[in-house]
Design a protein around this ligand. Structure first.
Ligand SMILES: Cc1cc2nc3c(=O)[nH]c(=O)nc-3n(C[C@H](O)[C@H](O)[C@H](O)COP(=O)(O)OP(=O)(O)OC[C@H]3O[C@@H](n4cnc5c(N)ncnc54)[C@H](O)[C@@H]3O)c2cc1C
Length: 484
């Protein structure tokens, strides 16, 4: 992945970036650092979905929900709290403050780097010209040497579930509630549905998650999703998989749903219904056909390993290109595209692309699941270590979950790490580095880890691959006394 632009003569370019989400704004800053002239077109707000109505506000709310729940459980630790209550308007005020600080920071960085921002909706007139219908009512024409499309994605609409901004809503509205609904149904058991459902369950709602397919979270190791299902149940969240829902009646105050479940027809009445069935790329209305840019059947813009579309001077990054729809994927693609526009031969390798789901316990994954590794023809060796055997997890009163390491039996190379447990969204960084560096389980087990900390579970899972974990009993004995 190393950049190699040193030997080439520097050519300063004029670049227009469409969309200021974590893909577009990161690319714009890097291009400006590389001394190109950059204009960003944004129709709504700097920071895109991630900072304004995605990752940051949802994680701020989830942090508050977790704190609220932990204070209620603190009596187990001898901490007694009387009169605990939730002030939702104040929580919203704090969350909005976090968002404002971060989006304001991007504005300052743009200013400091001399990046021009045009607020409006961009459409290609041809492959070298962009027309922007400005939010100020003016039309701007922008020409450039290279364009970067970073227009992101929007929620998929479901026939029969028309959003009304009041009690049938998407995640954007649900992040702004100033009252916790008593009952909430979430349509869709994907990442956003599970995170939002868990959040509102923590804040006191009775939550039901309705998922059409038989399983949740495809791509996550099935042992990990089983543990998640158990934890949802423990928290009182009803997960209905294999269930087709339809609205039978809706009023201002109540929504009645009919459920076709594997066991027959059922019904459910709730105060609010949150629709989170997936996201679609924002590629329509961009005038892509006028620029000669192709999309696939689902509307995603195909790109090569250097983020180039089929039109060589037009690049595309982030959600608009392909799943996984993740902020850090968009940012990394932005950095690679910026390097390539600058003249580097950099390419992006997706093997070490981590992912985190902020339900409770958290789930984090990188690389292949056991099922995926076997399907790709690997003979795998697996090491598992439960958080119940971690001194740190127990001292935090967070014993649920495990780290599962999947390795290639022939080479000991780590193929994937899938985990569920406390703070695994942080722990996944070590696993990502291990996969990026081509590390073996032995490398990880030989690395000294601070005690008592959660990362020790990574080391023990690596030792467990060889039957040598210290803090659990493993029936299977190692082939040799030493690892290798
Ligand atoms: C509730 C929720 C929680 C999430 N949590 C996480 C998480 O924890 N971690 C994670 O990695 N990801 C998370 N995501 C996904 C993440 O937000 C996206 O993957 C990420 O924002 C994609 O970045 P992007 O730059 O491709 O596009 P976006 O962030 O979607 O930004 C695109 C920008 O382009 C602008 N735009 C679109 N069309 C035009 C046009 N024609 N002209 C001008 N401007 C235009 C839009 O206004 C927008 O600002 C979450 C998403 C949601 C909805």
């Amino acid at each position: 992945m190393a950049a190699d632009s040193s030997s080439q003569q520097k050519i300063e370019k004029k670049i227009v970036v469409i969309g200021a989400g974590p893909g577009g704004y990161v690319a714009a800053i890097r291009l400006a650092q590389l001394r190109h002239t950059v204009t960003v077109v944004e129709k709504e707000a700097l920071g895109g979905v991630c900072l304004n109505w995605g990752c940051i506000p949802s994680k701020a709310m989830i942090y508050a929900g977790t704190l609220f729940e932990r204070i209620q459980k603190a009596s187990e630790l001898g901490i007694l709290v009387d009169g605990l209550r939730l002030d939702m308007p104040k929580l919203q005020h704090w969350k909005n403050g976090v968002v404002q600080k971060l989006t304001g920071g991007i504005g300052q960085l743009f200013k400091a780097h001399g990046i021009q921002t045009v607020y409006g909706t961009a459409t290609f007139s041809d492959s070298k010209t962009l027309s922007v219908q400005g939010n100020d009512g003016q039309t701007h024409t922008l020409k450039a040497d290279a364009f970067l499309i970073a227009t992101g994605s929007s929620p998929v609409a479901v026939p029969g579930f028309a959003l009304n901004g009041h009690n049938i809503i998407d995640s954007r509205d649900a992040l702004n509630w100033t009252e916790v609904p008593k009952t909430l149904a979430v349509l869709g058991g994907g990442v956003i549905g599970l995170e939002m459902g868990t959040l509102y369950a923590k804040l006191g709602a009775k939550v039901s998650i309705l998922e059409l397919s038989d399983s949740i979270l495809p791509g996550v190791d099935s042992e990990i999703t089983q543990l998640l299902k158990r934890s949802l149940k423990k928290r009182g969240i009803q997960l209905h998989t294999g269930t087709k829902a339809s609205i039978s009646q809706a009023s201002e105050t109540e929504i009645s749903l009919q459920l076709e479940t594997p066991k027959g027809t059922d019904s459910l009445t709730v105060e609010k219904l949150l629709v989170c069935v997936g996201r679609k790329p924002n590629s329509q209305g961009l005038g892509l056909e006028k620029a000669g840019i192709k999309t696939d059947a689902k509307g995603f813009i195909p790109v090569d390993a250097q983020l180039r579309t089929n039109v060589p001077h037009i690049f595309a990054i982030g959600d608009v290109t392909a799943p996984p729809l993740l902020a850090h994927k968009a940012s990394k693609e932005g950095l690679v595209a910026a390097a390539v526009i600058d003249g580097s031969k950099e390419v992006l390798d997706y093997r070490a692309m981590p992912s985190a789901i902020f339900c409770d316990p958290e789930i984090a994954t990188v690389g292949l699941s056991e099922e995926q590794a076997k399907a790709q023809g690997y003979t795998v060796k697996v090491g598992k270590f439960p958080f119940a055997a971690s001194g740190r997890a127990l001292s935090m009163n967070e014993p649920d979950g495990m780290v599962k390491m999947i390795t290639d039996a022939a080479t000991d190379q780590i193929l994937g790490v899938h985990m569920i447990g406390p703070e695994v969204s942080e722990l996944i960084a070590e696993a990502t580095l291990a996969i990026e560096m081509g590390a073996t389980a032995e490398d990880l087990s030989l690395t000294v880890h601070t005690h008592p900390t959660l990362p020790e579970t990574m080391m023990e899972a690596a030792e467990a691959v060889h039957g040598l974990a210290i803090h659990i009993f493993q029936k299977e004995k190692p082939a040799t006394a030493a690892v290798k």
